[in-house]
Design a protein around this ligand. Sequence first.
Ligand SMILES: [Zn+2]
Ligand SMILES: [Zn+2]
Length: 675
Amino acid sequence: MSRYAEVLLPLALHGTLTYRVPEALAESVCLGGRVTVQVGKKKLYAGIVTGLSDTSPSAVGDTLKDILDAEPSGPIVTQAQLDFWHWMAGYYMCTPGEVMKAALPAALKHTTEATPKRRTARDPLTFTSKSAPTPRRPLSEAQQQAADGIKKAWAEKDVCLLHGVTSSGKTEIYISLISDVLAQGGQVLYLLPEIALTTQITDRLGSVFGQQMGVYHSRFTDTRRAALYRKQISDTPYTLVLGVRSALFLPFHNLRLVIVDEEHETSYKQQDPAPRYHARDAAIMLARSSGAKVLLGTATPCLETYQHALSGKYGLVELKERFGGVSLPEIVVEDVKELRRKKLMKTPLSPRLIDEVREALARSEQVILFQNRRGYSPVLSCRSCGWTPQCTACDVSLTYHRQADRLVCHYCGASHPVPKQCPQCGDTELRDIGYGTERIEETVHTLFPTARIARMDLDTTRAASAYTDILNAFGRGDTDILIGTQMVTKGLDFDRVSVVGILNADQSLSVPDFRAAERTFHMLSQVAGRAGRRGRRGLVVLQTMSPTLPLIAQVVKGDYAAFFGTQMAERRRFAYPPEVRIINIHIKHRDDRLAEEAARTLAAMLRPHFADGLLGPYKPAVGRVQRLFIRRLTLKVSAALSVNGVRRTLHAAHDRLVGQPAFRSVQIYFDADPL
Ligand SMILES: [Zn+2]
Ligand SMILES: [Zn+2]
């Protein structure tokens, strides 16, 4: 009698494909096991067996292909993982195959897995502590109270929010809670946003947990990630995994605690490709199915999280003082409009900021300057006719990068030479307007010629170790002034930073997005929190064109509650999350007219079901990226409503649309809870 296997493939297929299990492989083929199969005429794929049966699923049983090979060492994916993949595919409206593609290290998706090379000391799998497994630091009274509060909250609730001001020592609280779980034989997953996973946190946790801790990072080689994956499925897995969002997909035997550090970070959301998941929300789901507890930690909770905490859905523990009696920084606001009117803004740094930097340098203290735009100047413009260079593939203007002397598109990465003259009117004088980090660096060099200056942005951190190198140099005191984009806001702890300059606090407010104010609040509060670490109260100079905005006052006072109140009132008024759920529908095509027509047709199909809840079609702020024209529909669904029915309606409309020959080549995808 033949056996049949359902095989999940890393492809955007709706379901699984059925294969026959040949007699020779009967022993090796198992649920969750890895098999090699042929798809179509030629292509070989590695797939995962998700079902086995003795009966052929259809009358065509005899014409089914055989499984070609099977890994004999047992399952590489657990049933719990498969359940998680299916949940994710359902919630985020993609296929389980697309989730599988994101979940497994590339080596495990290949039909032949490269044998791991012998690991060298430079590529260790385990963190090896320099000063072997270091004692935990005793918690302060406030920290101990917070830890006790969290445990108390967990007695009744699965999720607890730790809302602690910057530098309150949240890491030490995590360490204490992790130790408890490990002592009871449980496993812990500690999630960090990609960029924050630096040596700083790895060193601290590694010094306590040493050999028990594995690190999972997308900058690691695939071989290394595959090796860690295999260790986690073995009988001797790491009990603590420190990782970025994709660490959610690792196998766990006895997951007891998931920590989501810096839970407000937008990089927890995967934008592209599918699955477009939010790691925090997915972590809560994963923990629930494993019976594990969740701790969300941040100084600036996202509105959704804080609302759940206030409503009692999550526990809430607040930590309002910094560790070691350090005070929160003083924030002074500089009115750039007024300074410009008085002709006092001779550089992007206000006179007050220049003075403060000079004094800090004289005291041998460090300075961070924050400008959330990379490149030299955001816009190059013709003096005579105002022409500005645009990307040929995207609907955005190009940014001038002086060092490379190129015009770069920040959406698709394409770079172009700088034109010698204006193609519109022939004028040879093209001016640069505004400033990015590269131009700030140049200015700061001129202002402080003897200072040691470093710049941290996407352009200076492309090499694998560059990010860490810049931070380590700053940490050692080899750099006096660090200039950077939002990379410098990511929970870094430095002892000698006494002055932080925010050069343009308003920039991120002008983005046409209902979350713009929330993002700005997070970013400004986080960057301000880098000032004044141990021993000395820090100073933040916040330069803004709109000093009277309530948001600026809320940042200055560190008044999260007031900020939350204002924002929630707006979200309610205009029906935005957390008041409603949003699902965005993206429609893309190389032909603008066809994209528009497809979007209109889809909207017409959906409107009878959702009436006023459906917005669009509209062109997003950037209407063309990488040669594809974009249209969008936005669906707002009451947060109280089950979204299962909604999803079914959307999938059905999608299938009907792409079933029409005219729209076959149109790309359509959904983004649930977009950021
Ligand atoms: Zn011109
Ligand atoms: Zn582009």
